[in-house]
Design a binder for this molecule. Structure first.
Ligand code: GCO
Length: 410
């Protein structure tokens, strides 16, 4: 009798890794991102192409994660595959994701599923994405189909990945500059023209003044759909939380935190947990601070601050659903992991309800507009043969998970 991982997930801490459908599966041709990667002009350094071919190689990925010592796996299901045309739901694609979930169970990995990890079907982007008045209803319909088919197999689910990303990228990457706005608009026009549409809107570069209220409505509809069953699993929301630190007497850390999080702190109210996703801190850093390959300051201690912020602001159980580092020096990834986990342990020792840690990412994968240049993975992937090779950091974190009791002898 296979142990019920959903019950087990409630009882013991989850130690896992995280991925996203578009970043690892490959050939997500019906998605908004695939089109945006392949139009001219584009903001993308290179197209996602085959990615890690995890659409076909997920059995290998899941087996590797289990072999390393993890007991959970956070991954995304792809709306653009499940509903390639409006209302045309694919049972074959839902069956595909049921097989991915079954593989997780067969390997003792509690599956945490992300319903939307930024990508949407291109037909949805071409009608205005979440800027469209009826967008929440369409997302709720998608969530219902997912809940009905996959609910009995999920150990946990989240509606949106980094729901506040439209806010964060504006602040962190200064995307409001005239040059950045013009480059984005040119790509959007090219996408709309390629679809024969007069509009185009994506989640990552959303005009949140037009989209945010609809996306919050979509989140609430999805929470209701998932909690309606079948299946019995916690439903959450993941929020991008970089630790915002003030420098100098009149810093604006508090106001910047509020700008980055916006209404999404309150939107977590109907959820059973919040997914904290933290990479670094945001401050006018000291000159000479070590930087990662993503340009972030090397500051794993940020995780302690964001866990405490989430506990205080939201008051829900916490999973760290993303934490990691882009680097070609794996020894720095090991140092980052040890320092980040020290923050988690201290938070738990201080009585905070932290229920799991998912490292971003299992695999070196497609880092959105940055392409494959930024390597966040515990496992490297040969870009031609797709061969996987665990880095020392994978063995290191897997050993920590095992020593923490992630995988009792089965
Ligand atoms: C995010 C996304 C991931 C990224 C990761 C590294 O949090 O931005 O969930 O898709 O790849 O964060 O930037």
């Amino acid at each position: 009798m296979r142990p019920d991982l959903r019950l087990r997930a409630r009882r013991r801490p989850l130690w896992g890794t995280a991925t996203a459908a578009h970043q690892i599966e490959g050939n997500n041709v019906n998605s908004d991102f695939w089109l945006a990667e392949n139009v001219a002009p584009t903001l993308f350094r290179e197209p996602s192409g085959d990615a890690c071919d995890s659409y076909h190689r997920y059995p290998e990925d899941v087996a590797l994660a289990a072999e390393l010592g993890f007991n959970a796996y956070r991954f995304g299901i792809e709306w653009a595959r499940i509903e390639p045309e409006p209302g045309a739901f694919s049972d074959a694609e839902l069956d595909h994701y049921a097989r991915v979930l079954e593989a997780c169970h067969a390997h003792g990995l509690a599956p945490m599923v992300t319903l939307s990890h930024w990508t949407v079907p291109r037909w949805f982007a071409a009608r205005g994405g979440f800027e469209a008045e009826d967008s929440a209803e369409l997302f709720g319909r998608f969530a219902e189909r997912v809940a009905l088919r996959l609910g009995p197999l999920m150990a946990a689910a989240t509606t949106f990945n980094e729901c506040n990303i439209g806010r964060l990228v504006r602040v962190m990457f200064r995307l409001d500059s005239p040059r950045a706005v013009a480059a984005r608009q040119a790509m959007f026009v090219a996408c709309a023209q390629a679809c024969g549409s007069d509009r185009w809107a994506s989640v990552l570069f959303a005009d949140i003044d037009k989209s945010e209220a609809h996306q919050i409505d979509a989140h609430q509809r999805a929470v209701e759909a998932l909690k309606a069953g079948p299946g019995d699993y916690p439903v959450g929301l993941t929020i991008a939380m970089q630790a915002v630190e003030g420098v100098g007497p009149d810093h604006r850390a508090q106001s910047m935190t509020e700008v980055i999080n916006g209404p999404w702190i309150d939107a977590a109210a109907p959820c059973d947990f919040v997914g904290v996703q933290t990479y670094t801190r945001m401050r006018v850093g000291p000159e000479g601070a070590e930087r990662t390959a993503a340009g972030y300051e090397f500051y794993p201690q940020a995780l302690g601050a964001t866990i405490r912020f989430a506990a205080e602001a939201i008051g829900k159980p916490i999973y760290v659903t993303e934490n990691g580092i882009a680097t070609n020096d794996d020894s720095r990834r090991i140092a980052y992991i040890d320092a980040a986990l020290a923050e988690v342990r201290t938070a738990i020792a201080d009585g905070l309800d932290v229920r799991g840690y998912f490292h971003w990412s299992l695999l070196d994968n497609f880092e959105w507009t940055f392409g494959y240049a930024q390597r966040f993975g515990l496992i490297e992937v040969d870009r031609r043969t797709f061969a996987r090779k665990a880095k020392p950091s994978a063995v290191h974190l897997g050993r920590i998970a095992r020593q923490a009791g992630a995988r009792s002898a089965r």
